[in-house]
Design a binder for this molecule. Structure first.
Ligand code: SF4
Length: 529
């Protein structure tokens, strides 16, 4: 039985459902969509990789998470929600639901998760039932903060393992969201879920579609047996492909997550994984690079250090990933994301509506993000807020009837302008520098972005020489080569990075926080290409 949440018509930009990928057709469409897009022939000179090896954030937010402070309270959040309602054109909302439970520990994982041995039966188990009740209560609390004209256009379940919850629990959460928020038109509403294929089968996917889920992101990582054993994530290739096929039957948008640089991985073994997911015809592939940080991520201490591929081997794996996906007709979206030209993410890149948030690249331009569940992050134009990460603290806050917000940051106008240009660099190939700052924030003086960021633009001189970017008084154009170095260019506009010498001393003393260099989202370029 389909619920009213199931879209009545498929979104117009989605790919046609083919059981077999038509590589030739994808390649032709890719070429016609953007002559400047990256082709497999594009070579990245090793000298450039060496030059831009540096510790920088992934810019899923600006300011980045290390700037969040415990001074930020639920009252700050309520104030921001009120302000967001009062703007001339209030933004749509997107909702993120965090489900922290996992059946077992993957040794590479840096996510907020709770390994739970007790089975979550049809009736649930005590711990999980309590969490679901708390989520429902938090959804109630949050929904009261937004006016009726705020439409909810995207719901995303992430984790942890969202499909750790049983069908009844997931349906109850989706129904509660639908009853408390004002949903966008069914044809525009995206309801996505991250899937661990080890604990679901094709029938389970169909049941999720019945609840209303229409976007699936499936964790694959690597099909090689020895790699899977080395990271304690053994998943059968055939079963995983069955889950991908089932998702492709019920959805036009299926993403697969892969990880490059895992222990014992080789370019040859990873080529097999790439071939399988490409042949499965998934519309999006995210090939994250493994950042080995055992001093910060406890689970990684269980990985044998000598099994980690060398920098040269890792580069080879990244390169084979890039060329395989481009040759198969996928477009490079940015950083580690690839999508077929018909996918809405590729369309968003073409239409200049691509955005970047805590879930990576997204099609949802200008929404305010509401995060519920342990560790979930919420976002307004002028603030970020994060929930308690420890399950016990989260449960206690809800038991006390409070918004479970633990930390956050309020942005000033300078932050918003920097967030704007960093977002543009991460998501666009052409950036309008004649745009007035007044269009972005109600700044006290009207200047162009070219004038406001003249020092930062000058600091990109070396990037211009290296062919990564072309800058005129009107625009900043990221070249196909530069698209692989977006973070490096964006970091020149980051006022919190201690390494940015172009920022004026007075500004730096106000903003610089030395701890930002220790952030989990700051990784070596060689680890994160
Ligand atoms: S990778 Fe996914 S399934 Fe594995 S421990 Fe992390 S959140 Fe859980």
């Amino acid at each position: 039985m389909s619920t009213p949440l199931t879209p009545s018509t498929p979104p117009p930009n989605d790919i046609e459902k083919d059981s077999q990928i038509n590589t030739q057709r994808h390649t032709e469409v890719a070429a016609s969509l953007n002559q400047n897009q990256h082709t497999a022939a594009l070579e990245i000179p090793p000298a450039l990789l060496q030059r831009y090896v540096t510790a920088i954030p992934r810019y899923t937010s600006y300011p980045t998470a290390p700037q969040f402070s415990e001074q930020y309270s639920p009252d700050h959040y309520r104030q921001q929600a009120r302000s967001s309602n009062e703007t001339l054109m209030p933004r749509n909302l997107s909702l993120y639901v965090h489900v922290p439970f996992c059946h077992s520990l993957c040794y590479f994982c840096g996510c907020n998760k709770v390994i739970t041995q007790a089975e979550n039966t049809q009736k649930g188990n005590h711990k999980v039932n309590q969490y679901v009740d708390n989520l429902l209560y938090e959804i109630d609390l949050r929904s009261t903060l937004f006016d009726d004209d705020r439409r909810l256009s995207q719901i995303h379940f992430g984790g942890g393992t969202p499909n750790f919850l049983n069908k009844t629990q997931l349906a109850e959460i989706v129904e509660r969201i639908a009853s408390r928020f004002h949903l966008d038109l069914p044809s525009r509403l995206e309801i996505g879920i991250e899937i661990d294929p080890r604990s679901i089968d094709g029938n389970g996917i169909v049941k999720l579609a019945d609840i209303g889920f229409n976007r699936f992101s499936i964790g694959v990582q690597d099909f090689a047996d020895n790699v899977q054993r080395a990271v304690n994530r053994v998943q059968d290739e055939g079963k995983t492909l069955e889950v991908i096929a089932a998702a492709s039957e019920v959805s036009n948008s299926v993403n697969v997550d892969l990880i490059t640089g895992l222990p014992l991985q080789t370019s040859k073994s990873f080529a097999h994984t790439l071939e399988r997911v490409v042949n499965a015809g998934v519309s999006r592939i995210a090939a994250y690079n493994f950042a080995y940080l055992p001093e910060r991520i406890k689970a990684q201490k269980l990985i044998n250090r000598k099994d980690i591929p060398s920098v040269e081997q890792r580069m080879e794996i990244v390169e084979i990933t890039r060329t395989t996906l481009l040759n198969a007709g996928y477009l490079h979206i940015g950083m580690d994301h690839f999508a077929l030209p018909q996918d809405s993410l590729a369309q968003a890149l073409q239409n200049n509506t691509l955005q970047r948030n805590f879930q990576g690249y997204t099609t949802n331009a200008t929404t305010d993000l509401v995060g519920v569940g342990a560790s979930a992050i919420s976002q307004f134009k002028y603030s970020f807020a994060q929930n308690h990460t420890q399950l016990s603290n989260y449960n206690s806050a809800i038991a006390a009837g409070q918004l479970p917000i633990a930390r956050g940051v309020t942005l000033d106008n300078d932050d918003v302008l920097r967030a704007h240009i960093i977002q543009e660099i991460m998501c666009r190939n052409s950036i309008d520098l004649q745009r007035n700052t007044w269009d972005i924030v109600e700044a006290s003086e009207k200047v162009t972005l070219a004038d406001y960021f003249s020092a930062e633009l000058t600091s990109l001189e070396r990037c211009i020489e290296d062919g990564l970017v072309e800058i005129s008084s009107n625009s900043m154009k990221i070249t196909p080569l530069g698209a692989y170095f977006r973070r490096q260019m964006a970091s020149q506009f980051d006022a919190y990075l201690a390494t940015n010498t172009h920022i004026s001393p007075s500004f730096r003393s106000k903003h610089t926080n030395p701890s930002c260099q220790k952030s989990e989202n700051v990784v070596k370029f060689s680890q994160a290409l």
